[in-house]
Design a protein around this ligand. Structure first.
Ligand code: PGA
Length: 261
């Protein structure tokens, strides 16, 4: 696995930043990005700012993503955004099944599955989120919950589709709480996920799979999290809203990655 993958550092801006604020943040990240050119940086603004951010990153290595999509290409689906629209706006990546979407907007493993297939049909890289609640963790159900989510959403896909997916382990109790998983907790789940991938698709697919960690990632915890064997990068919320901390996390991730190659 060593050396095959660059750290992937994705900033999920959630429902933050107007178009003009997004432009300023993206410009700052682009300005600092040569310092962290050995990582893959992905900016994931709200829908309204995607086209603007795309303009700012043109000519750089940065990728642009969306936070959600609908699975139809077009039609009477008021308020939804299709993969075709995302593609034309400049997206290369799309988050699917974030826990906030599952919690507040009724997303299920089945809708995640449909959305992933729609994204892949249009060459968008899906970042599929999985994670347990605090209650599930306290009851010792973490691993079965994760296994079930993945089986119901992405493991039904053939290898040629699955290979194009990025997974993100995001324990719900760690999102926006300031309470990140310890490196050992993240590694326990992420190595479990990689083993599930190996069982389902074989070792090569598992070795190449990119598994991100998300949940209160900050510059001061990113080195120790990234040092874990099965942490390939981060999905960052709060700390991605400032260029300084976003790039600092990328820097720490590169440093840790160099050490484990
Ligand atoms: P956080 O969010 O970094 O603010 O905890 C992570 C996420 O929701 O992807």
């Amino acid at each position: 696995m060593g050396g095959l993958k660059k750290p992937v550092i994705a900033g999920n801006w959630k429902m933050h930043k107007t178009i003009s604020e997004a432009r300023i943040l993206a410009e700052e990240v682009v300005r600092k990005s040569p310092e962290v050119s050995t990582a893959t940086l992905i900016l994931i603004p709200p829908f309204t700012a995607i086209a603007e951010v795309k303009k700012v990153v043109a000519g750089s290595q940065l990728l642009v993503g969306a936070q959600n999509l609908f699975w139809e290409d077009q039609g009477p689906f008021t308020g939804e955004i299709s993969p075709v629209q995302l593609k034309e706006a400049g997206c290369q990546v799309v988050i699917i099944g974030h826990s906030e979407r599952r919690q507040h907007f009724g997303e299920t493993d089945e809708t995640v599955r449909k959305k992933v297939l729609a994204a892949l049909r249009h060459d968008l890289i899906p970042v599929v989120c999985t994670g347990e609640t605090l209650e599930q963790r306290e009851k010792g159900q973490t691993l079965p919950v994760i296994k079930n989510q993945l089986e119901q959403s992405v493991f039904s896909m053939e290898a040629d589709k699955f290979e194009k997916i990025i997974l993100a382990y995001e324990p719900i109790w760690a999102i926006g709480t300031g309470r990140h998983a310890t490196p050992e907790q993240a590694e326990e789940v992420q190595s479990f996920i990689r083993n599930l991938i190996a069982e389902r698709y074989g070792k090569i697919v598992a070795d190449y799979a990119i598994i991100l960690y998300g949940g209160s990632v900050k510059p001061d915890n990113s080195f120790s999290l990234m040092k874990e064997k099965d942490v390939d990068g981060f999905l960052i919320g709060g700390a991605s809203l400032e260029a300084e901390s976003f790039v600092a996390i990328a820097r720490e991730a590169i440093r840790a990655y160099e050490g484990k190659k």
